[in-house]
Design a protein around this ligand. Sequence first.
Ligand SMILES: Cc1cc2nc3c(=O)[nH]c(=O)nc-3n(C[C@H](O)[C@H](O)[C@H](O)COP(=O)(O)OP(=O)(O)OC[C@H]3O[C@@H](n4cnc5c(N)ncnc54)[C@H](O)[C@@H]3O)c2cc1C
Length: 405
Amino acid sequence: MSTEWDAVVLGGGAAGLFCAGVAGQLGKKVLVLDHAPVLGEKIRISGGGRCNFTNLHSGPANFLSLNPHFVKSALAKYPSSEFIKLVASYGIAYHEKHQGQLFCDDSAKQIIELLMSECTKGNVTIRNPVLVESIAQEGSKWIVRTDTGVEKTKSLVMATGGLPVPAIGATAYSLDIAKQFGLKVVEPKPALVPLSFTADTFGSLNELAGLSVPVRIASGSKGQRYGTCRFNEDVLLTHKGLSGPAVLQASSYWTEGEPIHIDWLGAIERPNGFNCDELFNDEDNRLKSAETILAAVLPQRLAKAFAEQNNVTGRKWAEVSKKDRQALKELITNWSVKPAGTLGWKKAEVMLGGVDTKELDGQTMMSRQNPGLFFIGECVDVTGHLGGHNFQWAWASGFVCAQAL
Ligand SMILES: Cc1cc2nc3c(=O)[nH]c(=O)nc-3n(C[C@H](O)[C@H](O)[C@H](O)COP(=O)(O)OP(=O)(O)OC[C@H]3O[C@@H](n4cnc5c(N)ncnc54)[C@H](O)[C@@H]3O)c2cc1C
């Protein structure tokens, strides 16, 4: 079987299906090929099953890339407000959870159904599961050999996503094809991923698994690949280390061997006039135990663990030396700790790195040196912060690509 298409899209995930639907509705003859038996699996598991499908405030500052300006054009042409309109036009109920993050009220499956309907409206042909065996260029055409036949196309759109969650079919295929055609690839790394710690750095904190604490977190450094970050979010203590939104965000900026910094008091609602120095020096507190003082600003179990770590358990505040008070203050306002590593691709939500944006035209997502070859979505060196930005990138990059097919 051999057919000629305007565009073949490899990967029927968020970016691929959206791009195909838009292009089809612009009158293009589009084929989507995917190796998975079920499409949109990452969308289905996203946002705890409710899909955080975009963010009201999504903008260039929410993305990491070696070229932070690259996202500007696509995000300007397809801002989050456009996808919100589309969601509303399908009557999908949604709500804002936190800092502009929009989730379906009911189920992530509604977003998959939306994408499939958009493809139906555009007469898009979808084939899965199909094994793509090879890709070659013949003159101005792209030849895609699969286990079901050979497809000829004017444009080839690589949308096979990133490496997280191999169990649901993640592959490096887009990166392999980029390399095959001479495009540079920024080394991929797991991001938005929990961090693990060795027993000696983490102390007894693993006993507090399940505890969630609002903190201010900082990670990265100026000389590193993506610079520095600072977030006010929740940290979740787990048996393996640290997770929760604060740590997932920090993980994207973290480099092996470097510490992350947590101000455990940084994000608490401070009562009027609250002053950390006063808390630590206040003579009114003389007769209170060290744990009681710490528990005024920290969850009790964490206060107890920090008191134990600094050997002040059971001591009255008056008996804690100035030096020890200072050490305690440093511990809870600037806890600097070196993670041993990340929990890897199995637990990562996204991939850092990917096809180098220098190789692509940000207006169209087309390879500068290979006319007709496009890369969209997570396979590109553009990684969003937690909070709906990664889907927003899938929609925006898919949209601008569709206009250029
Ligand atoms: C647990 C989890 C929760 C998440 N929650 C959110 C969230 O709430 N909000 C948010 O913005 N982002 C979230 N993300 C990130 C988001 O899912 C991705 O950024 C987004 O799906 C990327 O879209 P994509 O189309 O580039 O890739 P994908 O959606 O991963 O699609 C890639 C497609 O390509 C196919 N494919 C792969 N290899 C091949 C191959 N060799 N041949 C043929 N087909 C292939 C796959 O089967 C898949 O269908 C989450 C990720 C995870 C893992």
